[in-house]
Structures are given as structure tokens and as C-alpha cells.
Design a protein around this ligand. Sequence first.
Ligand code: HEC
Ligand code: HEC
Length: 377
Amino acid sequence: MRFGVVAIVVGLGLLGLCQLAGPARLVAAEGAPNLAPGDPQRGKYVLELGQCAGCHGQNLAGWRAGGPPEQPESAPFGELFAGPFGTAPARNITPDRETGVGSWTDEQLIEAIRNGREPKGSQLFPIMPYLTFHFMSDQDVSDLVAFLRTVPPVGNRVPERNLTGPLPPLPPLPPSPAQAPTSGLDRGGYLANAVVGCGDCHTPLSTSGAPDRSRQLAGWFVPRAEGRFEIAPNITPDPTTGIGRWSSEDIIHLLKTGERPFGLPPVKGLMKLVIEEPPLGGLNQLTDSDAQAITAYLRSIPPISNVAQPPGPPAPPPQAQPSPFAAPSPAPAVQPAQVPRALPRTGSALELAGLVGALGVTLAAGGVAIHRRRRRD
Ligand code: HEC
Ligand code: HEC
């Protein structure tokens, strides 16, 4: 069952970490490349699609120390992630030299964003979606960093995180791409998987808690505060349980406005925020060609028949009864059609991702907000 497996994953991670000589070995093999200076205007677009402000706050200054975990009244500030793993506040990523990242080099920022490595060598908690951003191109990440340099510095000292145990080690990942695809399905797959991270909400988790790539985007639930959850529906081209009956125009329109076809009400909650995170923006900033590319990609993935279900009755003790989702998922039978645009992930990276997913589920039971919790519904 899920929680048992989680314990094992965490346990293995612990073991692995003890065997490591030093933090330098925690991260991907590739060093930060020598990149051309970025373009802040393009970087703003990457930041909006990457949803940085959804966690770091509209002012990007991270969680405000002393504020409650849910702090709608302090709207510009970011989120505190808390749960059985401890607490991990979103950090101050403004250029403030004392409390933000103003003294970091571009390379250090890129390492944090794509490999989760901090300048002092420690590994970021993978709620920070570096396992997604790892696959962001050199150009996009340097544009992003160039934009981060331009935002107003905000003095806000975010408290240290407080983890209850060590993180599983991050094994070597494939090198990050130099170039992002510029058009077509590849562009759409890149944006969906390496920048926006649609699968962070829409892909089911396997029994280990890692994203189940054989059911990519087939729908799942996203834990929110106080044991609530949101259903992120099946967005594969399955005609009955997915969005197979939506036209391309329908999908493009949804991505840019949140409005659904067939007289359905507009999206709300997390998806609304993914689309229109104010005042920066989200998917509503998509260029026409990028909206078309994501749409083409969505229409190209294997249709999967699945209706995403809520996680069962609230807060059952983890050991009480297996969750309906704990049924063993089929061995990762990845259809060949999926391979070319599915991003390469190593087994252990999946374990690390699994830790986040699994904790998300645990947290749902514990009634604590996690994972792209947004401020408003
Ligand atoms: C789902 C929430 C989430 C999103 C989305 C997110 N972050 Fe983070 N980020 C975090 C958390 C939480 C931490 C702190 C992790 C820890 O304490 O180990 C963090 C840490 C960081 C750090 C390290 C800062 C430091 O002082 O150590 C940087 C840099 C960063 N994020 C940049 C970004 C950028 C740029 C984006 C968008 C492309 C982004 N983040 C999107 C949650 C998020
Ligand atoms: C932070 C979580 C999250 C992310 C990231 C996310 N979504 Fe969603 N999405 C949701 C939720 C939750 C809903 C349901 C909204 C509702 O029911 O009002 C949704 C709804 C949708 C719908 C409408 C489906 C239907 O049957 O009505 C589509 C299409 C969609 N998302 C596509 C995407 C795409 C494409 C991406 C990436 C580019 C993406 N989403 C990223 C959470 C997310």
C-alpha cells in the first residue's frame, strides 16, 4: 500500500544519503554551462509559464516569517509548505542582497533552478519543481535569471527550512537541453513537461508516489489545505473520460481564458490560477503558437480511459486500509508513441519525485496545504 511504500522510499533515501561523501555528489553531473546573457523580457514569459509566483509570491519574496501558513491577507508573499517532512517555506528569490538571491551568480541561480543545488551545496526540497525545470533549456533558464535580476528587491528573511529527515539523493540526471524546441509537438511537450509541469497536477501517482508515466495526464487529485483536494481531470484525448471531443480551438481557448466548451462552467481553483496568476500572469500569456503547440501535444499523447477520483474518506489513519489508489499499477509499460516526447527521468529521480507526491497524499490526510497551493480559489 501507498504509505508503506513511501516509508521504504524515504528509508532508502536515508541510507543512500548516509553513504554519500559530500553534498556535491547529490546533484546532476553537468556543471552550469557558460551561457549567453539572458533576455529579461523573454525571462518574464518563462517565469509566468513556470508559475514561480504561485509559490514564491507575487513579489517573489517567499514566505513572510511569522505569517500563518495560509496568509491571504499578505497576498504578495509566498507559501509555507508543511507536513510530516517538516517545513519548507518558499524562499526569497528577489535580488535583495541580504535576504534574497542578490549576491548569487547567474550560475548559482541556474544550479538551484535546474538541479536543486544551493550555493552552499545542500539540496533543495523537491517541492521546488527542479525535477521539471531540469529539462528547461539553457536559453530559457538564462532568460529567466535575467528577469529575476530586474524585479524589485524585497527585504524578507525567510526562516530556515526544518526537515525531519534527509532527502533521498538526487542521482545524475541527463544533461539539461541547450535549446528548447521552437515549434510543433516537441515545443508543446517541452512547455508542458519542462516549464509548466501540467503533469504535476494531472498525472496520477504510482504506488511509490512517483508520477505514473504510463498514465500521463490521465487525471489525479491535488491536495489542498484542510484535507480538501481538487480534481485535475483527465486531459488525454480519450473521448469519454478525457478531452478527446474538444476541438483544438476549444483547448487553445481554455488555456488562454479558462473557459470550457459545451456550456461547461469556466475552470476555477488551481487551474484558474495556472491560467491567470495576477498580476504577473500564467497560461493567459501564451503566444498563439505556443498555445497551439501545447494543444497539438495534448492531442498526440495516448488516450487513457480514467476518471480521476478523490482520495477517499478524509484522514483515514495511513495503516487502516489500503487506498483505492494503492492497487499496483502495471509495470511501466510506456507506449512507444509516448517515448519521443516523454522527458527522460532516471529511476532515482522518480523516487525523489515520488517523495513529493507521496508526501502530498500524506498531507492531504493531515490537512496541510502542499504542492502549488494557491492563495485564492
Ligand atoms: C510548487 C512551488 C514552487 C514553484 C512553482 C517554484 N518554487 Fe522555487 N522553491 C520552492 C520552495 C518550497 C523552495 C525552498 C526549498 C527548500 O527549502 O529546500 C524553493 C527554492 C527556490 C530557490 C532557492 C532559493 C534559496 O535561497 O535557496 C530558487 C532560486 C527558486 N526556488 C527559484 C524558482 C523559480 C525561478 C521558479 C519558477 C521557474 C520556482 N522557483 C518555482 C517552491 C517553488
Ligand atoms: C497546479 C495544478 C495544475 C496544473 C499545473 C495544470 N492544471 Fe489543468 N487543471 C487543474 C485542475 C484542478 C483542473 C480542474 C479545474 C476545475 O474543475 O474547475 C484543471 C483543468 C484543466 C482542463 C479542463 C479539463 C476539463 O475536463 O474540463 C484542461 C484542458 C487543463 N486543465 C489543461 C492543463 C494543461 C495543458 C496544463 C499545462 C500546460 C495544466 N492543465 C496545468 C490543475 C492544474
